[in-house]
Design a protein around this ligand. Structure first.
Ligand code: GDP
Ligand code: CA
Length: 357
C-alpha cells in the first residue's frame, strides 16, 4: 500500500503580535502610572495586550552633575519603580537607603547639600558617569543599567545630548525666602528641591533642547506605536521638555497612533506637586483643560477628573475626546484601572484596535 503524501505539518500558531505602546514620562508621576500600565497589560485577557511591548521616552532635562556624578532623576525613578528598587514612600530614590556618603560630603563642606544622594543611588551614578566618560551615549548607558533592573519596558532617554532646564527667578524679599533674593538663573533642581518652587519663576528654559537630537529609537517609537500615552507627568518640565526635542512634536502630530493622556491636574490643582508654579511661568492656568491645550496639536484623548470635564474647543480641531475617570493613583489597583482606562480610550480611538479588549 502506497502511502499518500503526508500533509505538511501544520505551522505552530504564531505568537500574537504584541500591541506597541509608547509613553512619554517624567519621574514619580510617570513611573507610578507606568507601573499601573504594566500591571493592566499583564492582567488583560486579550493576548495582544498581554504581549504588549512598552517603550518609554524619558525626560532628561532634570539631569544634573553633582560632585562630579551625572544624575538622571527621572530615568532613575522609572527604572527603580518598574524594577522594584524604588523607595515607595518617597516615590524616588532607592529602598532601604543610607546616607553615609552624603554625610561625609557635608562634613567636608561640599555643596550642594540640598540634593539627597543616597549611598545605593550613588552607585548608579558612579556606573553611569564612568560609562559616559568611556564614551557611551546615555541611551546605551541606560540600557546597561536596565540590564540589572529589568523594568519590563524599553527605556529611552529623550536625547543623548545634554539638556538641562534652568529657571529665571523673580526678585524676592530674602527675609521671606530663607535668604534667597531671586533675580538670578538657577538649575531647575535648585528651584524645585532647594526653593520648593516658592520663588516665582519668570522663565523656564531647557538649555540645549533646540540643538538636541532625539535618542536612537525615539521617533520610531512614536511613529510605529499602536497607542501613545502621556502619563500625568508635569506638563512643563517633564512632558514639555521632551516635546522641545526637535522632531518629537512633529512625530506626535504625524503618528497614526492615537495619543491619549491623563491630566496631572485634579480639581484645579496638581496632585502632590508644584506643577502649578511651572504652569504659572507659562501664563497657563492650572486646569485640566489648559494642560490639554498645551498638547492641542496632537492630543486625541484626555482623561480628566469628573469635576474637570470640559467641552473641547476649536484648538483641538474637533478631534479631542474628553473622558472623566477617577484620576488618583492612590494604590496599585486604582493606578492599574487608570492606566487601563487610558489604554482603552486609545484603543477605542484607533481604527485597528477598537475590537481589542
Ligand atoms: P517628577 O518628574 O518626579 O516631578 O514626576 P512627573 O513629572 O512624572 O509627575 C509629576 C506630576 O504627577 C505632578 O505634576 C502631579 O500633578 C502628577 N501626579 C502625581 N500623582 C498623581 C495622581 O495620583 N494622579 C494624577 N492624575 N496625577 C498625579
Ligand atoms: Ca522630573
Amino acid at each position: 500500500m502506497t502511502e499518500a503524501a503526508s500533509p505538511a505539518p501544520a505551522a505552530p500558531p504564531s505568537p500574537p503580535a504584541g500591541l506597541r505602546v509608547t509613553a512619554l514620562a517624567g519621574g514619580v508621576g510617570g513611573a507610578r502610572f507606568l507601573r499601573g500600565l504594566l500591571a493592566a497589560l499583564r492582567s488583560a485577557s486579550a493576548p495582544d495586550l498581554r504581549a504588549a511591548e512598552v517603550t518609554v521616552v524619558g525626560n532628561t532635562a532634570d539631569d544634573i552633575t553633582l560632585h562630579g556624578l551625572r544624575v538622571c532623576p527621572d530615568l532613575d525613578s522609572v527604572m527603580y519603580t518598574l524594577g522594584g528598587g524604588i523607595d515607595d514612600e518617597r516615590g524616588w530614590g532607592r529602598s532601604d537607603e543610607t546616607s553615609g556618603v552624603a554625610d561625609e560630603l557635608a562634613a567636608y563642606g561640599q555643596q550642594p547639600t540640598w540634593f539627597t544622594l543616597g549611598d545605593k543611588d550613588i552607585a548608579t551614578h558612579l556606573v553611569r558617569t564612568r560609562l559616559l566618560r568611556e564614551g557611551l551615549p546615555l541611551s546605551e548607558v541606560t540600557a546597561r543599567l536596565c540590564e540589572r533592573w529589568r523594568p519590563g519596558v524599553r527605556l529611552l532617554p529623550m536625547t543623548d545630548d545634554v539638556v538641562e532646564t534652568h529657571v529665571d527667578l523673580a526678585p524676592v524679599d530674602p527675609a521671606a525666602h530663607a535668604g534667597e533674593a531671586g533675580g538670578r538663573r538657577v538649575h531647575f533642581q535648585e528651584w524645585w528641591v532647594r526653593l520648593h518652587a516658592k520663588v516665582p519663576a519668570l522663565r523656564i528654559e531647557p538649555l540645549g533642547a533646540a540643538a538636541a537630537r532625539p535618542a536612537p529609537g525615539v521617533l520610531e517609537a512614536l511613529s510605529d506605536a499602536d497607542v501613545v500615552v502621556l502619563p500625568p507627568s508635569n506638563p512643563v518640565v517633564s512632558i514639555g521638555t521632551i516635546l522641545q526635542v526637535p522632531g518629537v512634536r512633529d512625530a506626535l502630530r504625524a503618528t497614526t497612533a492615537p495619543v491619549v493622556g491623563v491630566s496631572p491636574v485634579i480639581g484645579g490643582a496638581p496632585v502632590r506637586g508644584m506643577a502649578d508654579a511651572c504652569l504659572a511661568a507659562l501664563g497657563v492656568p492650572s486646569t485640566a483643560e489648559a494642560v490639554a491645550g498645551l498638547y492641542a496639536d496632537f492630543l486625541d484623548g484626555w482623561l480628566v477628573a469628573e469635576a474637570d470635564a470640559f467641552e473641547p474647543g476649536g484648538a483641538h480641531g474637533g478631534r479631542l475626546r474628553v473622558l472623566p475617570r477617577p484620576l488618583l493613583m492612590s494604590g496599585p489597583d486604582a493606578t492599574a484601572a487608570l492606566a487601563r482606562a487610558a489604554l482603552d480610550l486609545g484603543l477605542a480611538l484607533s481604527p485597528a484596535g477598537a475590537s481589542r479588549t
